[in-house]
Design a protein around this ligand. Structure first.
Ligand code: HEM
Length: 333
């Protein structure tokens, strides 16, 4: 067996030979185009790693019975934590690109049309796999307009596939906390107790919030998260110190971390875009800052989990659980 050789193992000849500035081809070399290419390439490599992690976590949930009492949930939490850490670094990397001033960019910007990060297939695949559906998109008219037909078809096909959000919804919805077997007959159902504690906690200006409760936990109207999943998620948040709920709670936290980090990236990207090209349209044909700000505000994936914090209250008011349920939630050998 031949020895593994570092440059060959990493295929550095390919990677380090993959920077071909357009400005060189035009005979007007622009110093900053190397930075521009390398930063995009490094983002794409990290997108690849994120997709690798997210795909593996989706596979754990895909068979419909991730083992909450075994190692799978811990693996999922760990890998999603890694995704979050990568995203935090990707947000920070915008600092490097901001060392390129508008004039530096203008030296080669027009040579790039109509190429744009808007054509990043991996970014689009990530959004779609996580759960951003076409109907929820801001600026649908641009979304696939600049893609090659085969890429457009690939993105459209993803619309028919199960998303990570849906897998999480299914996992939450099947949790058995409210099964009659765990609750003494005749006792006030937990869900009614929680609703009345919540109703009693509303302050001036929140009078309409009981309708919100009904929408989220009873009808699901206008929501992506099903009422059963929303109820389980609140249960996990309230009773998170029960041994079996610790991992599910951490998983919910990771999902909110990822959503927040993606929004932070969008915010840093649009700010950087604003200071670099002002109010000009993007090379990818969108309205530029206006499109990106719309995407920042509306392209959340797990935000409905964060909404559930509205329905939490002080620990001392949390109803005690029946013994049968507490016993069922302990680890047993
Ligand atoms: C000077 C630097 C940059 C400028 C001026 C810029 C500008 C823009 C603009 C105007 C858009 C909107 C689509 C369009 O009309 O083109 C866009 C989208 C996008 N850019 Fe950048 N960008 C820059 C750097 C980057 C970098 C380093 C990445 C990293 C991969 C990136 C990734 C993206 C992605 C993924 C989108 C699509 C976002 C979405 O649909 O929500 N951009 N960019």
């Amino acid at each position: 067996m031949s020895n593994v050789y570092y440059p060959d193992y990493l295929q550095l000849e390919k990677i380090l030979g993959a920077q071909a500035p357009e400005s060189d081809k035009h005979g007007t070399p622009a110093h900053d185009e190397m930075l521009f290419i390398i930063i995009h390439q490094s983002y794409e490599l990290w997108f690849k790693q994120i997709l690798h992690e997210v795909g593996s976590v989706m596979a754990l949930f895909a068979d419909g019975h991730v083992d909450d009492n075994g190692g799978e949930l811990s693996v999922a939490v760990h890998r999603l934590g890694r995704v979050h850490t990568i995203l935090q670094v990707l947000v920070k990397k915008i600092d490097i690109l901001e060392t390129m001033t508008p004039l530096d960019f203008l030296d080669f910007r027009d040579m790039l049309r109509p190429a744009s990060g808007f054509q990043s297939m991996q970014f689009k695949i990530l959004e779609a796999r996580l759960g951003l559906r076409m109907e929820a998109r801001f600026g649908k008219q641009y979304y696939t307009s600049q893609l090659k037909p085969e890429h457009k078809a690939e993105i459209e096909a993803l619309e028919g596939e199960t998303t990570f959000f849906e897998l999480i919804d299914g996992w939450l919805a099947r949790m058995p906390f409210f099964d009659a077997a765990y609750w003494p007959s005749g006792a006030t159902p937990l869900w009614e107790s929680l609703k009345s504690i919540y109703a009693g906690s509303l302050v001036k200006g929140e009078e309409g919030n009981l309708a919100l409760w009904e929408k989220l936990f009873e009808t699901g109207e206008g929501r992506h998260l099903s009422p059963a999943a929303a109820r389980s998620a609140v249960f996990i948040m309230l009773y998170r110190d029960e041994p079996i709920l610790q991992m599910p709670f951490r998983l919910l936290e990771r999902l909110m971390d990822i959503d927040e980090a993606m929004a932070n990236w969008r915010y840093r990207h649009v700010s950087m875009v604003h200071r670099t090209i002002g109010l000009r349209v993007g090379t990818g044909g969108s309205t530029g800052k206006q499109y990106l700000s719309g995407a920042l505000n509306s392209h959340h994936i797990f935000q409905e989990i964060a909404d559930l914090s509205s329905f939490l209250f002080e620990r001392r008011k949390i109803p005690a659980l029946p013994d049968a349920l507490r016993t069922a939630m302990r680890f047993r050998s």
